[in-house]
Design a protein around this ligand. Structure first.
Ligand code: AHR
Length: 350
C-alpha cells in the first residue's frame, strides 16, 4: 500500500510552513524532508525515528538505514533525529502517523513511555518495526518486530573475558577495583550491559566501586572518569558501556597521569568497552590499550528492509531478531570464553 499522495500533501504543507517560518525551521527539527521529486509512485514510505547522534555506532546505524531505504531500493525515507529526547521521538512518530507513512521504524532512546504513541500507530494501521533498543510495553502487539543486539550477553561476554584474564594472571577477585561508566540510563543497551557486569560481580565477588551515567558520549566519558579519579585512587578496571565513553575515559586517565593497559598488578588501569565500530577504539584495542571490546553490530538497515519485504509479501516474521556479535581482544592470554553454555572465540582486531 503506497501512501505517496498524503506524503506529498504533507510535503507541500511543510514547504509552505518553511516559507512562512524562516529558514531555520527544518534545521531545528533536524529532519530530512523529502523533495517531492524523490517520491516515487511505487516507493514504500518509511518514517524512521533515530534517537540521536551520540556515538560513532549511532552514525554507522543511521548510514546503514539511509542506505537501505534509498530511492534506488524503492523507498522514500522520512528521517528524524530525536536528539536524545524521547519527547522528540514521540512527536516524530505522531508526525509519521499524520503523514500516513507505510512503515514506522523506531530506534527508541529509552524503554519506558511508549504505550500511548504506539497505540496511536496501531489504531492508524501502520506497522512498527523496532531497531536497536527495545520498548517496555505490556502489549507486545503494539509493534510488529524488533532487531538488535543481546546487550546483556555482550556484557556477560566482556565480564567472562575479564574473569578468564584474571585467572590467567593470578589476579584475585579482591584485587579488582571496577567502575562502570554507564550508557543512557533506562536504555536497553545500558540495562543489559550494567546487568551483565552486576551479575558477574556477584558471581565472582568483584568490587564495583562506583557507577555513573556517561550517556554513551566521549565528552561525558571523560568528565565522569575525571570525577571518579578525584574520588577514588585505586580504580584498576574501567567498564565503559561504549567505545566513545572509553575514548573519553582514556583521555581523563592519561591526563591524570595513569597508564592505561592490562598490567593491573603493576598499577595500570584496564579499559573494557563495547561496539567495535570506531576506528580509534579499534586502534586502541590493537595496541592493548582497550583490553577487550564486546562487539555491537549497527548495520541493521538491510535487516529492517528484509522485514518490510516479508511483511509486504504477507509472510510471518520473528518477533525478536538478535544479531550475532564477536568479542575483540589483542591480548594473547584468553583465546575463547564460554557464556551460558556457548563458547565464543576471541577475535584479534586487525
Ligand atoms: O544501543 C546501542 C548503543 O547505543 C551503542 O553501544 C552505543 O554506542 C550507542 O550510542
Amino acid at each position: 500500500m503506497m501512501k505517496k499522495i498524503s506524503v506529498l500533501f504533507w510535503l507541500l504543507l511543510s514547504m509552505l510552513a518553511f516559507a512562512g517560518c524562516g529558514s531555520s525551521r527544518f534545521a531545528e527539527n533536524n529532519s530530512t524532508n523529502l523533495p517531492s521529486e524523490e517520491i516515487d509512485d511505487n516507493s514504500i514510505v518509511v518514517g524512521f525515528s533515530q534517537l540521536g547522534a551520540e556515538s560513532d555506532w549511532r552514525s554507522a546505524n543511521t548510514d546503514s538505514m539511509k542506505e537501505a531505504f534509498s530511492a534506488k531500493n524503492g523507498y522514500s525515507l522520512v528521517f528524524k533525529d530525536g536528539q536524545q529526547k524521547q519527547s522528540n521521538q514521540i512527536t516524530a512518530v505522531r508526525t509519521f502517523i499524520q503523514q500516513d507513512v507505510d512503515y514506522i521504524v523506531l530506534a527508541p532512546v529509552t524503554e519506558s513511555g511508549w504505550d500511548s504513541v504506539l497505540e496511536e500507530a496501531k489504531e492508524a494501521g501502520i506497522p512498527v518495526i523496532l531497531v536497536d533498543r527495545m520498548v517496555a510495553v505490556s502489549d507486545k502487539s503494539l509493534y510488529n518486530c524488533w532487531v538488535g543486539s543481546d546487550f546483556e550477553l555482550e556484557g556477560k561476554k566482556v565480564c567472562e573475558w575479564l574473569n578468564q584474564y584474571a585467572i590467567a594472571h593470578g589476579i584475585a577477585a579482591k584485587d579488582l577495583h571496577i567502575v562502570d561508566l554507564q550508557g543512557t540510563l533506562g536504555s536497553t543497551a545500558q540495562i543489559g550491559r550494567s546487568r551483565g557486569l552486576n551479575e558477574a560481580a556477584i558471581k565472582h565477588g568483584w568490587d564495583i566501586m562506583a557507577l555513573a551515567e556517561a550517556d554513551f558520549t566521549q565528552a561525558r566519558g571523560r568528565e565522569v572518569m575525571a570525577s571518579m579519579l578525584r574520588t577514588y585512587s585505586n580504580i584498576n578496571v574501567v567498564y565503559c558501556e561504549n567505545d566513545n565513553e572509553a575514548i573519553g575515559a582514556i583521555m581523563a586517565l592519561e591526563s591524570a597521569g595513569y597508564t592505561v593497559g592490562s598490567d593491573i598488578l603493576n598499577g595500570e588501569v584496564m579499559v573494557l568497552s563495547f561496539d567495535g565500530i570506531n576506528e580509534e577504539a579499534l586502534g586502541y584495542a590493537k595496541e592493548g590499550k582497550i583490553a577487550c571490546i564486546g562487539e555491537c553490530n549497527p548495520m541493521h538497515g538491510a535487516r529492517v528492509a528484509g522485514m518490510i519485504e516479508q511483511i509486504e509479501k504477507g509472510e510471518s516474521i520473528n518477533k525478536f531478531n538478535y544479531v550475532e556479535e564477536r568479542i575483540f581482544s589483542a591480548l594473547p592470554d584468553v583465546t575463547e570464553i564460554t557464556v551460558d553454555g556457548t563458547t565464543y572465540s576471541i577475535t584479534v582486531p586487525e
